[in-house]
Design a binder for this molecule. Structure first.
Ligand code: BGC
Length: 767
């Protein structure tokens, strides 16, 4: 995929044409029954080739080196159900006209694209939005992104990515909600609601929940590598957000690339049929990941392309993304009796239903005249600025270094990300695809600081671009040139510049981390160190004795052990999006009090990965003095725990109580805890509830999140937070009986500000 990615990103960057287009369609919706009836009626008129055509998703552009041609002829024959990787509205309309006017049954095309965190206006990367611990943030962002997408002709987005990521070396951690199934499920549901609304209708964008499933468990955190996940771990952890998205009405799923327990996910009958359809009763459709059907041969799973198509269909995969394997082989498989036409009917039906629900038959074309005005709506920038600041996590703030005073006269801004428009929006931006290159004119941190303090004197020392300085690799996604590491002479010049800028400033703001392309697809890292000479520059700045604030932009936790001891203030902004620089300034100068919390455990170093808080106890738990499961050379606890984040105020949690301290297995109890703002400024607290089942038919995690709530509190204000603990929260998949059980046991309960909360209560559950 890497070469392919390079080609597609270059092509996209090169071939983006001027937009034009429409406000979301307002035609009437169609309910599920009506869509079903219409789809069934249409199916009856379809011949075999037309059915196979609906199962074919074609690339909307030619891909040099990978073959492919303009799909015009195939579309005219009804051989294409969906087109992806196309955002040029004129081309979208041109192809749609062929489908609607020239194909025998006039079935419109479902245009699809990766609208991951915004269309033109980029919202924070998903890991950032998850840090808000506020599902309404995801919902609002995706609703807005959906309006933009729909106006620009995109009807189907390959979002949300709900893979649990317990290993920060895995670059795709940035695309999801982190390590926790409960938080992940909440964020998954919110994204489904954001894009699709209550039901899929003419204003919706169909979601595609990916990558089904277990992709985040890739061995060694290496993208695409095999996952070995036993069924109990799949059920109790990895599948949970998928199930939540399915239950929330997600229109489609995407199968993952990797082998799951030796069977590629895209040909995995257990996943696609036993779990998804039989256990969950899922009625939508599943598309493969790009080229994954053809790749079944590469895995050594399918004998040839025909076998790959057979294995995909038999497993329950409705649509082949981009590989053309279905369209070339299914007819023969049917003629040989290996696939029945009725099997195909069942696979095509949900695809047609989705097209009806989306109102595509009534309104197949993009209103080109309205595209630009929709994509450039100012309200999107305002929303993004709020969402970005709401998603930031204050990791350290010694001696109230932050918020900064607005009367600063001289600021030194250092670091390669300080003014990088290319990176601040993160990867997977629609118009830049892998960062930058779009039309959104992003606000960098430097620009945000200038906006906030127009009269201050700001000096800038970017240092060398760390773009893949390590290993000397090229930042191939963005197409930027290979970066050669600085010579010793150049390094010492940058350090000298850093020192003199710091010496001359009231405060140093270091904007550092990773380039956007260092996380995301095929971007795993074996080291989490700050790349390039960022560490040296940071140390030089601190040595100046001036207050230093580290603003991080990154797609995964990075190694900041030194900074965590020596830099007085650290703000995690992730990749905060188009208005990111203004949002960072809002937080630095106190217009916004940060309230985000980590959706991942922050490791000291890559050697600690995989690292997650909801692990089981060992026979010698880690707080015992000897013979524990500790490393000799790295702390056994994370640098910052899951759920952690500071505020400019302080909170007290107390009075944890249960409506029933003892109950039967079928019952539920209310849990209440009081939270008070004990500081002198208003701020947001995130109340978190964790449970642990002490004994039972399986070992259970030392703690697991089962409730959270973000609330705004004025100084001195107290609120009571209420949670419910019942079947959904207490049950687990029992590996012995292979069923969901709530067992009689004693449960520990903790409530507080993060996963190390001390406030404790007990719950007894009896038969
Ligand atoms: C990625 C998917 C993405 C698809 C389509 C694949 O390489 O794994 O996440 O949705 O491409 O762009």
């Amino acid at each position: 995929m890497r070469n392919f990615r390079l080609v597609t990103s270059l092509l996209l960057l090169g071939c983006l044409l001027a937009f034009t287009t429409h406000v979301p369609a307002q035609s009437s919706g169609m309910n599920a029954d009506e869509a079903h009836r219409k789809a069934e009626a249409l199916l009856k008129q379809m011949n075999l080739d037309e059915k196979i055509g609906q199962m074919n998703q074609a690339a909307g552009m030619m891909i040099p080196g990978l073959g492919g041609a303009k799909p015009d002829d195939l579309i005219a024959k009804g051989g294409v159900g969906s087109v992806l990787w196309l955002i040029d509205v004129k081309e979208i309309n041109r192809l749609q006209h062929i489908a609607v006017e020239k194909s025998r049954l006039h079935i419109p095309i479902l245009f699809a694209f990766d609208v991951i965190h915004g269309y033109r206006t980029a919202f924070p990367v998903p890991l950032g939005m998850a840090s808000s611990w506020d599902p309404s943030v995801e919902e609002a962002a995706q609703r807005y992104a959906g309006q933009d997408a729909r106006a620009a002709g995109i009807l189907w987005t390959f979002t949300p990515m709900v893979d649990i990521a317990r290993d920060a070396r895995w670059g795709r951690i940035v695309e999801g909600a982190g390590e926790d199934p409960y938080l992940g499920a909440a964020m998954a549901r919110a994204q489904v609601r954001g894009f699709q609304g209550e039901n899929v209708g003419p204003d919706s964008v169909l979601v595609c929940v990916k990558h089904f499933a277990g992709y985040g468990a890739a061995e060694g955190g290496r993208d695409y590598d095999s996952s070995y996940v036993p069924e109990e771990l799949m059920q109790n952890v990895y599948l949970k957000p998928f199930h939540a998205a399915a239950a929330a009405g997600a229109g489609s799923f995407m199968s993952a690339y990797m082998d799951l327990n030796d069977v590629p996910a895209s040909g995995n009958h257990w996943l696609l049929t036993n779990v998804l359809r039989d256990q969950w009763g899922y009625k939508g459709f599943v598309v493969s990941d790009a080229f994954a059907v053809a790749s079944l041969q590469v895995h050594g799973f399918a004998k040839d392309a025909e076998d790959a198509a057979l294995k995909g269909v038999t497993a329950g995969l409705n649509m082949d993304m981009a590989s053309g394997t279905y369209v070339k082989n299914i007819a023969k498989l049917v003629s040989e009796g290996k696939i029945k036409e009725t099997q195909l009917d069942a696979m095509v039906l949900p695809i047609l239903e989705a097209k009806y629900k989306l109102g595509l038959f009534e309104k197949p074309y993009v209103d080109e005249a309205k595209v630009e005005s929709t994509l450039n709506r100012q309200e999107g920038r305002e929303l993004e600025r709020k969402i970005a600041s709401r998603s930031m996590v204050l990791l350290r703030n010694e001696n109230q270094t932050l918020p900064l005073k607005k009367d600063l006269k001289k600021i030194a801004v250092i670091g390669p990300l300080a003014d990088s428009t290319h990176d601040i929006e993160g990867g997977w931006t629609v118009e830049g695809l892998f960062g930058g290159g779009g039309k959104s004119h992003p606000v960098t941190v430097l620009a945000g600081l200038k906006n906030a303090l127009p009269n201050a004197q700001i000096s800038v020392v970017p240092g060398p671009t760390p773009g893949k300085v390590f290993l000397g690799m090229v930042d191939q996604f963005s197409g930027s040139k290979a970066v050669t590491p600085p010579t010793a002479q150049e390094t010492s010049e940058w350090i000298a510049k850093t020192k003199s800028a710091a010496a001359d400033a009231d405060v140093v703001i270091a904007v550092m981390g990773e380039m956007a392309s260092m996380s995301s697809e095929a971007a795993s890292r074996a080291s989490m160190k700050l790349p390039g000479i960022q560490q040296e520059m940071l140390e030089a700045a601190v040595a100046s004795g001036k207050p230093v604030v580290l603003v991080l932009e990154n797609g995964r936790p990075v190694d900041i052990n030194w900074a965590a001891e020596h830099v007085p203030a650290i703000l995690e902004s992730w990749f905060p999006g188009t208005e990111g620089g203004n949002a960072v300034a809002d937080v630095l100068f106190g217009a916004v009090n940060p309230g985000g919390k980590l959706p991942v455990s922050w490791a000291h170093s890559a050697g600690e990965e995989p690292l997650y808080y909801n692990h089981n106890l060992t026979h010698e738990p880690e707080d015992r003095p000897n013979f524990t499961s500790r490393y000799w050379d790295v702390a056994s606890k994370p640098l910052y725990p899951f759920g952690y984040g500071l505020s400019y105020t302080s909170f007290k949690f107390d009075n944890l109580r249960l409506s029933k301290a003892s109950m039967k297995t079928g019952e539920a109890t209310e849990v209440q805890v009081d939270v008070t703002n004990t500081g002198s400024v208003a701020g947001d607290a995130v109340g978190q509830v964790y449970i642990h089942q002490r004994y039972g038919s399986a070992s259970r995690p030392v703690r697991q999140l089962e409730g959270f709530k973000r609330v705004a509190l004025k100084p001195g204000e107290k609120q009571t937070l209420t949670f419910t603990l019942g079947k959904d929260e207490l049950q687990f998949w029992d590996p012995q009986t292979k069923t969901w059980v709530v067992e009689p046991s004693t449960f520990d309960l903790w409530a507080g500000e993060d996963s190390t909360a001390k406030l404790h209560a007990e719950l007894t559950v009896t038969e």
